[in-house]
Design a protein around this ligand. Structure first.
Ligand SMILES: Cc1ncc(COP(=O)(O)O)c(C=O)c1O
Length: 443
C-alpha cells in the first residue's frame, strides 16, 4: 500500500478514507456508511450535507474570500458578530472571531491578562481551572486545562495553573450530602484556592459549563455555578466559560450557561459554530472588558492571520441562522430525552454501564468493571480504544475516552449526534453501542 504523506494522529492505525457526507452519515471510499453518533467531536450539529450552509459558502467565495482584518472589516464577520452578540447572555457584546476552540481560549486568557493591566491591577495573572477539564491544545490553552494525559509530555512548557475539583456527582458526591451541598462544597474550593494564591494574583477561573471529552458530559448540580459566580465577583476574578464543545445548542440552549443560569465575563465557542463546514471559533466578552481596552491602550495585543475570515463567518452565520430559525435548541432538548431513553433501554441494565448522563444531545456513558462498586476497568485493557475501533467496524462513530476519573483510569463514551437526527437513527446508535460494548467489555 502506498505510504501516506499525512502526519497522522496515531502512527499505528490505518484509517478509512471519508469521501462523502449524507445527513447523519459519513461514507468511505468502499461505500461503507458510518452513523455519526458524536458529530466527530461534537462538531457536526447540522449533519454532513446541509445545503443552506453549502450555498452560503459558495456565495461568499464568489464575492470575497479573504481580506486581512488589520486593513478591512467584512460583511459576513460583522453580521455574525452582531448575531452572536444578540443571542449571547446579557452584556456579552464584543465578539472576537478566530479559527478554532484553542484560539478562542488563548484569546480569552490574553484578554483577561491585558484587561487587568488596563485597569491598573497588573499583578493579577494566575488562572484557576478544574481537574478533568480540557480547554485546547495550544500551550496556553493546554496549561489552563486539567487533562492529565494531554499535558504529560509538555508539563515543563506550561504556565502554572491551579486545579480544583470538577463537579462530578457519580464519582465524588458523598452519600451523606445532597447534590446541592456537594456542589457548594466543590465550588467553595475556588474561594480556598483564590485565598491560597492571594486574590491580588488571580485573574481568571475557567471551566467548561458542561464538561466534554475529558470526563464525559458532566453537568453541574444546581447552585454550583451561582456560587462560582459570587466567588469570582467577590475577588474580582474573571469567569471564563468554555463552551467550545457544549455551546451552540448542543445541550438544548444556544449557550449551555443559559440553563444554569450564570453569566460569564468571557465565553468561548467553536465546533458547532461552524458545524464542521468551516473552521471557526469565537471569544465573546462583556462590554466593560472591551471598554477597558478601548479607553486604555486602544488595541488588543493579540491577533491571527485568519481572524474574522469571510467564508468561515458566512458559513457560521448560515449555521446560526438555521439553529435559531428552525428552533433547534428546543428540538435538541426533546431529542436529548429520546436519546437518553434509547440508551437506557439498550444499555441501562448492562453490567458494564455505571452511568448514563448529560444534557440535550450531549450524553456520556461511563463504563465500569463492576456496577455495585463502580470499579473501573484497568487502564491496560484500553477499553476506550477498543470501543472506538469496534464501533467503527460496526459502522458507528462515537467518542470514547480513557482517564475519565483522574486522567489515568476510567472509560466513557461521549455521544453527541447531529441535531437533525431522527428516532430510528438514535436507536441505531444505541443498538450499535450495545453490540460494541458487549463484545469489547466481555474480558
Ligand atoms: C471544551 C473545549 N475547549 C477547547 C477545545 C479546543 O478546540 P479546538 O480543537 O477547536 O482547538 C476543545 C476541543 O475539543 C474543547 O472540547
Amino acid at each position: 500500500m502506498k505510504r501516506s504523506n499525512i502526519f497522522p494522529r496515531h502512527s499505528n492505525y490505518i484509517l478509512p478514507t471519508a469521501i462523502k457526507g449524507e445527513g447523519c452519515y459519513i461514507v468511505d471510499n468502499n461505500g461503507k456508511k458510518y452513523i455519526d453518533g458524536s458529530g466527530g467531536a461534537a462538531v457536526s450539529c447540522l449533519g454532513h450535507s446541509d445545503n443552506t450552509v453549502k450555498d452560503a459558502i459558495i456565495n461568499q467565495t464568489e464575492k470575497l474570500a479573504y481580506a486581512h482584518t488589520s486593513f478591512f472589516t467584512n460583511e459576513p464577520a460583522e453580521k455574525l458578530a452582531n448575531l452572536l452578540a444578540k443571542i449571547s447572555p446579557s452584556g456579552l457584546d464584543k465578539v472576537y472571531l478566530v479559527s478554532s476552540g484553542s484560539e478562542a481560549v488563548e484569546a480569552s486568557i490574553k484578554l483577561a491578562k491585558q484587561y487587568f493591566i488596563e485597569i491598573g491591577k497588573p499583578k493579577k495573572h494566575k488562572v484557576i481551572s478544574r481537574r478533568q477539564s480540557y480547554h485546547g491544545n495550544t500551550l496556553g490553552a493546554l496549561a489552563s486545562g486539567g487533562n492529565v494525559w494531554r499535558r504529560n509530555f509538555f508539563e515543563d512548557l506550561l504556565i502554572e495553573t491551579s486545579l480544583i475539583s470538577p463537579c462530578y456527582v457519580y464519582r465524588n458526591k458523598r452519600s451523606d450530602e445532597t447534590e446541592w451541598d456537594y456542589g457548594q462544597r466543590v465550588a467553595k474550593e475556588l474561594e480556598d484556592e483564590i485565598l491560597n494564591l492571594g486574590p491580588h494574583n488571580v485573574m481568571a477561573f475557567i471551566a467548561e459549563t458542561v464538561v466534554g471529552a475529558t470526563a464525559g458530559a458532566l453537568t453541574a448540580v444546581p447552585g454550583y455555578f451561582k456560587l462560582i459566580r459570587e466567588i469570582c465577583n467577590k475577588y474580582d476574578v474573571l469567569l471564563i466559560l468554555d463552551e467550545v464543545m457544549c455551546g451552540m445548542g448542543r445541550t438544548g440552549s444556544l449557550f449551555a450557561c443559559d440553563d444554569e443560569p450564570v453569566i460569564p465575563d468571557i465565553i468561548t465557542v467553536a465546533k458547532g459554530l461552524g458545524a464542521g463546514y468551516q473552521p471557526i471559533g469565537a471569544m465573546i466578552c462583556q462590554n466593560h472588558i472591551y471598554e477597558a481596552i478601548e479607553s486604555g491602550s486602544g488595541f488588543f495585543q493579540h491577533g491571527h492571520t485568519y481572524l474574522g475570515h469571510p467564508i468561515a463567518s458566512a458559513a457560521s452565520y448560515a449555521v446560526l441562522g438555521k439553529l435559531i430559525n428552525d428552533n433547534y435548541p428546543s428540538k435538541v432538548k426533546e431529542k436529548g430525552n429520546i436519546l437518553q431513553e434509547s440508551l437506557t433501554r439498550s444499555l441501562g441494565q448492562n453490567q458494564y454501564i455505571g452511568d448514563i448522563r448529560g444534557r440535550g444531545l450531549f450524553r456520556a456513558i461511563e463504563l465500569v468493571a463492576d456496577r455495585s462498586t463502580k470499579e473501573p476497568f484497568p487502564k491496560k485493557l484500553n477499553v476506550a480504544g477498543k470501543i472506538k475501533k469496534k464501533a467503527l467496524d460496526e459502522g458507528l462513530i462515537c467518542y470514547p475516552m480513557q482517564g475519565t476519573i483522574n486522567g489515568e483510569i476510567g472509560d466513557h463514551i461521549l455521544i453527541a449526534p447531529p441535531f437533525i437526527i431522527n428516532e430510528n437513527e438514535i436507536d441505531e446508535i444505541s443498538e450499535k453501542l450495545k453490540i460494541t460494548i458487549d463484545s469489547v467489555c466481555n474480558f
